[in-house]
Design a protein around this ligand. Sequence first.
Ligand code: MLT
Length: 398
Amino acid sequence: MKINENFLKLKDSYLFSTVARKTAEYKSAHPEKEVIRLSIGDVTRPLVPAVISAMHGAVDEMASAATFKGYGPDKYCYAYDALLDSILASYRKKGVTLEKGEVFVSDGAKSDCGNILDIFSTDNTVLVPDPVYPVYLDTNVMAGRRILFSDATEENGFLPMPDGRVQADIIYLCSPNNPTGAAYTREQLKVWVDYAKKNDAVILFDAAYEAFVTDPACARSIYEVEGAAECAIELCSYSKTAGFTGVRCGYTVVPEALVRGGVSLNRLWARRQSTKFNGVSYITQMGAAAVFTEEGERQIGENLAYYRNNAKIISECLDGLGVWYTGGKNSPYIWLKCPRGMTSWEFFDYLLENAQVVGTPGSGFGKNGEGFFRLTAFGTEENTRRACERMSALLKQS
Ligand code: MLT
């Protein structure tokens, strides 16, 4: 028996587990101190009434033999029509037309980011941005793929563009970006689409934060860009859009037009999902279907406005302190430059020990993240304000 030795090449623990462990160690050494967490992008607003009411209705259906549901419908990999119809309608508002068979409902974008790799050869070369959401990197390390990096830096606004000299087969793009909050315009994405088509590559486009886009020049779906259906898979989630981090629901779009080596990637993914996955619970799907109704959209709009206001509070605090940052405009993440030349982990410790505020060290996302730090706007407004007051008091005094 041999283990998968690629796992030995991974860092000891997942970034957010390390942050959680360090925070817990500080808490147990200082039980009297109140720590504010603005680190992992976990939401704090409750599910909106339209979702709750749809879920209650679905629970009641499960209680009666006449309306009880077992496995979901086989036709669309266990997704119900009501949910697929509402996803399709949400895409139409972005000017994108999809067919039901192109949308695969899952338990979230994080799992799909890893699972989608099943349909690609391990011989492929992967291009990931640096800094990067650790899941893209770690899942490819686990599979033993060759990994190249595209540098996201202060100079290019943390939005790297393709380098014609680099040949990659699988390209990860995340916009609005986790961790930097930077968002590509349609024009920039067109350059990536053209590059992918020229190289016969496939773009894995993580759109988990699309609901935060406010700039009309920025895309909310890669399919807003001409030609993307022939080279891109889009991964999307209800987590950040509708507060489903604990409920778990997302979807992956694999267009019919996406063919490589004469084979439909849609067919491969459908085959993979029907073999290894049994669908998302009916109750969750009915809750998700309510998100893109008129009422649901209005209600989630209020939650999104709440988080945008938190981002504004953090941005204004950093403006007042003269700290450089990006993000916070089309994104719930604020990516700041650590003051006084501190490294990311030095600033993490400094903030935790002196202000009891927890963020995420930029270096945990890659070498280009060194010297940067990520704060999330997903906290409560009260905690966001208090964290900013503490940071201001600390950084002004020292
Ligand atoms: C983050 O903080 O980067 C996210 O919460 C991670 C995730 O969505 O899995």
